[in-house]
Write a protein that binds this ligand. Structure first.
Ligand code: AMP
Length: 422
């Protein structure tokens, strides 16, 4: 058997997992400060949750879902968070609890894409969602939260791109205008865009191919076709973002890949990432609930790619991750010394004091001291036959090499002193 994880799926450990923990804690804190509470949904959902909502013609639904057939049901590994979230909202009546609801999730997503840097088949997203609120202020708040997250990591090299994709009333007019524009150029578009032309012409604007992008450059912009209400919503959002000092760019080509967006659509892009430049993005999805056969639930949200944030942060040298080095390394020689140090080591761990020691009685003192060095411990405690005979132990401060022989009777007291000074 080849011992290798599935292509496009990664193990995370060592220094990298420390960075992940650091990021996760900071983001959860910010989301908590803004009043968002966590929702965890199962990894598997019925296929309809995405098929009926995200849209049949999206890449996600058409070709990227991992499906499992079981007992005449088709289940899929969650490819995105919003549809699962809305399923949970409707199932538990979270939208009926009254008032604005703020929720977040942090979950792995699965998409069968062609893997490359920043594009994986299992990746992780933080998502934040506001429900029961149709106001542009909710959009402004969410964009501000995402902006705050990147600011908190001192990432400045990103752009906030916003657009409005209109609503059911004004979008058809725009789609017609787009089709009129693309019709004579149809044969120059890529195969996928040719397919998109009839039912989803706005997606052509989203195509990443240079040739399609060049053609789309001259396309009419949706902001010219918005009806009065959509226009007002968008103008208020822009005003609010200015007030909260979120620097944004109006980008009429931000349409987002998914069917369920209306009005606000936005993306955070960064050139720190290479080809996959999207750090995060989202939009308003008031009509998503209707795809489940329910009444409209005003809602807006975003998804942030963890792996992309990790890439952005790995380029930075100034991040000081909290130390996980042990305070003590216990080196023992002989059964009696081991019997003294082992229970002490475990008790200190119970008390939340990091320490290490070897349980291998054959390990020489020399190799234990080597291990102590490698562990990054602040102090090494040495207890051998000689020390026991003299009712002493050695305490070595690793940074200075300073070594003291102290009374064995004071072992706990001396360690406590070092712990409180730590
Ligand atoms: P989306 O759900 O496609 O709007 O994606 C939201 C965010 O998730 C993107 O801005 C990326 O940061 C991240 N993302 C999307 N797809 C992938 C992927 N295949 N691998 C890694 N990150 C991804």
């Amino acid at each position: 058997m080849e011992i290798r994880a599935v292509r496009g799926m990664h193990d995370v450990f060592g220094e990298e997992i420390r960075l992940w923990h650091f990021i996760e804690e900071k983001i959860k804190k910010i989301l908590g400060d803004f009043g968002f509470s966590e929702v965890r949904t199962p990894v598997l959902e019925k296929i309809e949750v995405f098929k009926e909502t995200v849209g049949d013609e999206t890449d996600i639904v058409e070709k990227q879902m991992y499906a499992i057939e079981k007992e005449s049901e088709t289940l899929v590994l969650r490819p995105e968070g919003t549809a699962s979230f809305m399923r949970a909202v409707l199932e538990h009546g979270l939208h009926k609890q009254g008032g604005t609801g703020r929720y977040y999730y942090y979950e792995p997503m699965f998409r069968h894409e062609r893997p490359q840097k920043g594009r994986l088949r299992q990746f992780h997203q933080f998502g934040a969602e506001i429900i029961n609120d149709a106001s542009p202020e909710a959009d402004a708040e969410l964009i501000t939260v995402l902006d705050q997250i990147y600011r908190a990591f001192h990432i400045t090299e990103y752009e906030v791109r916003i657009n409005s994709v209109g609503c059911q009333d004004c979008r058809p007019v725009y789609k017609e205008a787009l089709k009129k524009f693309f019709q004579p150029k149809l044969s120059s578009l890529c195969e996928l865009c040719q397919k998109r032309f009839e039912r989803a012409p706005m997606r052509i604007l989203d195509c990443k191919r240079d040739s399609c992008q060049a053609i789309a450059k001259g396309a009419p912009v949706i902001t010219d076709s918005l009806d009065e209400k959509c226009k007002m919503h968008h103008e208020t959002l822009r005003k609010r973002l200015k007030e909260t000092n979120v620097a944004y760019i109006d980008d009429p080509h931000i349409v987002r890949g998914l069917d369920y967006y209306s009005r606000t659509a936005f993306e955070f892009t960064s050139n720190l990432l290479g080809a996959q430049s999207a750090l995060g993005g989202g939009g308003r999805y008031d009509l998503l609930a209707t795809r489940f056969g329910e009444k409209e639930v005003p809602a807006v949200g975003w998804g942030l790619g963890m792996e992309r944030l990790v890439i952005a942060l790995e380029t930075r040298k100034d991040i000081a991750l909290p130390s996980e080095n042990p305070v003590f390394y216990f080196a023992s020689l002989g059964a009696k010394a081991f019997d003294t140090l082992f229970p002490l080591s475990l008790q200190l761990k119970r008390d939340g004091v990091r320490n290490e020691m070897t349980y291998d009685p054959a390990k020489s003192l020399k190799s234990q001291l080597k291990q102590a060095d490698k562990s990054g411990a602040k102090y090494t405690v040495v207890l051998g036959e000689d020390e026991l005979n003299q009712k002493q132990f050695l305490l070595k401060e690793m940074a200075t090499g300073k070594q003291e022989a102290l009374p064995l009777a004071d072992l706990r007291k001396e360690l406590s002193r070092r712990i409180s000074a730590h």
